[in-house]
Design a protein around this ligand. Structure first.
Ligand code: GLC
Length: 655
């Protein structure tokens, strides 16, 4: 028996039988087409159903879903009517929104009042002004380099003294108001949150859309608050978008791709001058700046699906046939064979939160951490059935190979740096030490200073002959959350964060990556991108939304005090600065040059961090604990025995 067979046997018993769902899964997209026909026919009767409760309409050949109204009361309820009501169905005619069709007598149609205002501005600051603002104050630094503010401002904008509980409460209340104001409605159903609500910004670009990744902190905040509907709707409606026809010129990306973002548009109803309808308009990257493919969207979708089930206790969503199919489509896309030599997911530039050309193409850590986490989440949720056995085997195989690869080859600390520093190169053999032929000359000078005596991290990227030694926050934090990093490595990452607090946090958590690309490197890698100048935006800017990931990672390692401290730092400025998207400069002293204000995931990142710190056990909805069977399997791959390791060779699975 080869090692890989042995490993799979260890795993297969429990993992393949791990299961629980009563659904009989039928992978039958034809029924979906049938529904499509129904949708078209129904539309001719002026009333189109978007059935979210039962089998959903996945439209293979249609650009858009038209929905004039919705059924199943659970989705049509709108808790709070506020100024964003305009995002719901507008201009609906009375006969369209009321009554039920002859074909479906049990249907409960939404009969709420049609909203005649179609463009109430979504940008606003109304609820942001409830707090007293302080003038800029003096600043000094303590000996650790931390800023002492005397409760006053230290940099851009104004600062509120929120050190007391009352101040914190005000900030939280303001954040909740802003988060609720960012809710987007589709047919009066809350389905997500707008990226930014910034009326001061000269260009909206796509910040008026619902981004999948941006919704994660919002979704977590709503879940933790017990407001499950919006998350459920988001999961189900984005699933509808998965099968959209999507092309970049005349080329289409893979079927399981989830959009980066989508927008609710109100358009005139075909053939009727007096009525409008709402459509969901997704962007898979075909309109995105740089035309980048959002690889992270599907992975986040799976992670949120599990979180929804764990938090609400409602497993019926993950058990649905269409949800199971959607999950499988994402997995198939990620697990399909290519030319790769490595178990890491090969992606194009800008496939994740850093959706620009920033040298994160190939095998960036962020995608690997999300991939690993999504595989573990999916494994928990996949209904056991014969048709899934191959998929589950491929998934298990990938989990083992991926964790081995990342733990082994992405890890850097002083000890490992010493090894790399003395690497021999051009080793041709199976048992080469320097497998990727890394020339020690590429070790950057900042690295020796950056690595503390105690601590380490996972590097940003690894390719043949090239290591990207930059520290990428989301990838490192999510490697902790998902147990992609070992427990020792996870602690070491947090040790490094503590030791390099002044570099990674300074005046606003959390630096997206460290250090910034400068000079010729910046020119070549970013393509002279003026938005990504050193220490700005994706090039070493600071992103408050990362408070969520930081908090979950800290809670998992039982080191919540680190996250507490970071939240306190954020609280000094974030509200007074109007919840910017990101901050610039080495110490995050300036509001990002082109940062949107009232950026929803900055607000939600803060809120979800607060909620989790108040109730740490809730973090389990996002955490993947280390799987003992996986550890067991990993122990087969002994570092000293290359022949044995070679036993874990790639297997082909029909997925
Ligand atoms: C920017 C960010 C991206 C985010 C989007 C919407 O493009 O790079 O990560 O999803 O804005 O906020």
């Amino acid at each position: 028996m080869t090692t890989s067979e042995a490993i799979l046997q260890v795993l297969s018993g429990s993992l393949l039988s791990r299961s629980h769902h009563s659904n009989i899964f039928t992978e039958n997209l034809n029924s979906v087409h049938a529904l499509r026909v129904h949708v078209n026919n129904t539309r001719k009767r002026k009333a189109v159903n978007m059935q979210v409760h039962g089998c959903s309409g996945m439209l293979q050949n249609c650009r858009r879903v038209y929905a004039l109204h919705c059924r199943n009361g659970v989705f049509c309820r709108k808790n709070d009517v506020n100024r964003l009501e305009s995002m719901g169905c507008n201009c609906q005619r009375a006969e369209i929104v009321s009554g039920s069709t002859a074909e479906d007598p049990n249907e409960t149609w939404f009969t709420g009042e049609a909203n005649t205002s179609s463009s109430v501005p979504v940008n606003g600051t109304s609820s942001a002004s409830g707090m007293e603002e302080f003038e800029l104050g003096q600043q000094s630094k303590d000996e650790k380099g931390d800023l002492v503010t005397n409760g006053m401002s230290t940099a851009a904008g104004t600062v509120k003294d929120s050190s007391d509980e009352c101040g914190e409460k005000l900030i939280e209340d303001e954040a909740w108001n802003l988060l609720r104001d960012s809710i987007v409605y589709y047919c009066n159903i809350p389905i997500g949150t707008i990226a930014a609500n910034d009326s001061t910004s000269p260009s909206i670009l796509n910040y008026d859309q619902i981004f999948i990744r941006d919704f994660i902190p919002s979704g977590v905040a709503f879940l933790l608050k017990g407001e499950y509907d919006i998350v459920r709707n988001f999961i189900l409606y984005t699933l509808q978008l998965q099968s959209w026809e999507k092309t970049m010129d005349c080329y289409s990306p893979g079927q399981g791709l989830m959009p980066a973002s989508f927008k609710v548009r109100t358009v005139p109803l075909d053939g009727d001058d007096f009525a409008t309808e709402e459509i969901l308009d997704p962007d898979f990257g075909e309109a995105a700046i740089g035309r980048v493919a959002p690889v992270d969207s599907g992975l986040w979708w799976i992670i949120l699906l599990r979180a929804y089930g764990k938090c609400s206790g409602d497993l019926s969503v993950q058990e649905r046939v269409d949800v199971q199919t959607g999950m499988k489509m994402i997995l198939k896309l990620c697990l399909s064979d290519g030319f790769d030599m490595f178990p890491t997911l090969l992606v194009t530039d800008g496939s994740c939160m850093i959706d620009r050309r920033m040298g994160i193409h190939g095998h960036p850590l962020e995608i690997q951490a999300l991939f690993y986490s999504a595989l573990l989440c999916a494994r928990e949720m996949l209904a056991p059935e014969e048709g899934s056995a191959d998929l589950l085997r491929a998934l298990n195989h990938r989990l083992i190979a991926l964790s081995f690869h990342i733990r082994q080859y992405y890890w850097i600390d002083l000890r490992k740096l010493n090894v790399i520093y003395r690497y021999r190169t051009e080793e041709y053999s199976y048992d080469a030490v320097n497998k990727f032929n890394i020339y020690p000359e590429q070790i950057p000078s900042w690295l020796v200073e950056f690595l503390p005596n105690k601590g380490g991290y996972l590097i940003g990227n690894l390719q043949p002959a090239h290591m990207d030694f930059r520290f990428f926050s989301l990838g490192n934090l999510w490697s902790i959350v998902s147990s992609l990093a070992t427990s020792d490595q996870s602690h070491a990452i947090l040790d490094l964060i503590e030791a390099r607090w002044a570099l990674l946090v300074a005046e606003m958590p959390f630096k997206i990556c460290y250090p910034a690309l400068e000079g010729a490197e910046w020119k070549i890698i970013t393509g002279y991108d003026p938005k990504n100048t050193p220490w700005s935006y994706h090039n070493g800017g600071s992103w408050p939304t990362l408070l969520l990931q930081l908090t979950v990672a800290c809670i998992k390692m039982k080191r919540s005090e680190i996250a507490q401290k970071a939240v306190k730092v954020a609280e000094r400025r974030i509200s007074g600065d109007k919840w910017p998207e990101y901050y610039d400069t080495k110490r995050a002293r300036l509001i990002g040059k082109q940062a949107r204000l009232y950026q929803t995931w900055s607000i939600a990142g803060y809120l979800s961090a607060k909620l989790l710190l108040a109730n740490p056990s809730a973090a389990n909805i996002l955490i993947n604990e280390e799987d003992p069977e996986l550890v067991n399997a990993l122990s087969y791959i002994t570092i000293d025995n290359p022949r044995r390791k070679r036993g874990l060779k790639r297997q082909s699975f029909i997925v």
